[in-house]
Design a protein around this ligand. Structure first.
Ligand code: LLP
Length: 403
């Protein structure tokens, strides 16, 4: 049975901890992780949680306890992962466009590193030669993903070393006797079509024989989760079968079995998250009835930044007559969460919940308009734990230097 928190329970949490409030349901994360491991059972596949989606330390500890590995996109995420208890061998740092110092730091911390530019690969070779294994992030020149802003593998993307520069990569490998342990691609987020992963694999198969010490193929993250009712999800079982078939059709010429890695973010933590807000003001106009909640793009930016759809429910009025509303925030900018959306009749003081708010929700929040970041609660084993207190006024001044 799918893990889901009930509206009544969410209202209680809103009353107990105040709003706006992020709530995460631990058992849902476990369910999602188990869906992956079950689908890929018997195959040599490892999952690295792309923790940029949600880095609360308690989430990291929970994911670590599940047995997943972790994928980091900054040295501070690496430090958080270590702090959460991930052993260095289970931490992957997929860097992009960073100063070489940070790669050196990651090497000193002993984690797995993916490099995404010829420039940093050359610096790495120059400093470490063959002594430390390293992975290469390639840009496969594939267009995929739910929105151009989250498509990373296409031929105009900044990410990875373009596959058409493979010769230059090989020259560096040769020149510095680099120990290349993995090849990485990540084509984007919200990839529904499993064939996109196969296309990526096909591109890598051409290159695999050229890297004699290769052990891992990293296919990145980007599994699609359903945001709307009726929305499709990446078919994980089909993906497992398709990847297995692709490998069966292309036995590694070196004869070495390659382990496959994935880096899911949204798939693990999107659906575990609920964002609870309270209605401040109702405003009837000729164009729309506006529902202003006690939040804005300072707390959940996905609808404004990616035109993302989040299901919104009036949990205070489950039997209310459905009406059309535009749900907006209280930020001094246009911060529309949803235009012309059908929601059960809304009254001032009602609680509205935004679903699928676990991934890139709190994580992309800010203090814009000098408003406080929301509190976060983790529900685990039927208990609700406050895992981040709401900001206070002193937090707004914390790093400022008054002259
Ligand atoms: N691996 C790499 C190298 C990535 O860059 C990403 C996401 C992932 C894995 C995980 O992708 P996921 O499984 O979560 O789709 N803020 C945007 C999503 C940006 C994703 C950035 N990279 C959003 O809210 O839709």
């Amino acid at each position: 049975m799918s893990q889901q928190l009930t509206p009544e329970y969410l209202i209680n949490l809103g009353q107990q901890f105040g709003t706006p409030l992020y709530v995460y349901h631990a058992e849902k994360i476990r369910e999602q992780y188990q869906r992956l491991t079950t689908a890929f059972q018997g195959s040599n596949t490892v999952f690295f949680y792309a923790c940029k989606a949600l880095t609360n330390i308690n989430i990291l500890k929970y994911v670590c306890g599940l047995g997943a590995n972790v994928d980091c996109s900054s040295i501070n995420e690496v430090r958080l992962a270590l702090h959460a208890g991930f052993p260095k061998e289970r931490i992957l740092y997929t860097s992009n466009g960073i100063a070489f110092d940070e790669i050196a730091e990651a090497k000193d911390l002993g984690v797995i590193i993916n490099i995404d530019s010829l420039s940093n690969l050359e610096k790495f070779g120059n400093k470490y030669g063959h002594s430390y294994p390293v992975g290469i992030r390639l840009r496969p020149n594939i267009m995929a993903g739910g929105n151009l802003k989250i498509s990373t593998g296409h031929d105009k993307s900044k990410f990875g070393i373009p596959v058409d520069q493979a010769d230059q990569i090989l020259q560096l490998v040769d020149k510095y006797n680099l120990h290349i342990a993995d090849l990485h691609i990540h084509t984007g987020s919200e990839i529904k079509d499993v064939d996109v992963f196969v296309k990526g694999i096909e591109i890598l198969f051409d290159l695999i024989p050229k890297f004699k010490e290769l052990k891992f193929i990293d296919l990145g993250g980007g599994f699609k989760v359903p945001y709307k009712e009726g929305d499709a999800e990446t078919n994980i079982s089909l993906l497992a079968k398709t990847v297995a078939d692709a490998f069966a059709n292309h036995p590694n010429p070196g004869g070495r079995p390659l382990q496959v890695w994935f880096e899911p973010g949204k798939f693990l933590v999107s659906e575990c998250g609920y964002f609870i807000t309270k209605v401040n003001v109702l405003k009837d106009t000729a164009a729309a009835t506006f529902v202003s909640v006690d939040s804005g793009f300072n707390h959940l930016i996905r609808p404004m930044f990616y035109d993302a759809y989040h299901r919104i429910e009036n949990i205070s009025n489950p039997n209310g007559t459905p009406k059309r509303y535009s749900v907006v925030g209280n930020i001094c900018e246009t911060d529309t969460f949803a235009w012309d959306r059908t929601i059960n009749e809304v009254r001032e003081g009602d609680y509205l919940v935004f679903y699928n708010a676990g991934a890139y929700g709190f994580e992309m929040s800010s203090n814009f308009n000098s408003r406080y970041k929301p509190a976060e609660v983790l529900v685990s084993g039927g208990q609700a734990h406050l895992i981040r207190r709401r900001d206070r006024f002193e937090d707004l001044l914390r790093n400022q230097i008054e002259l």
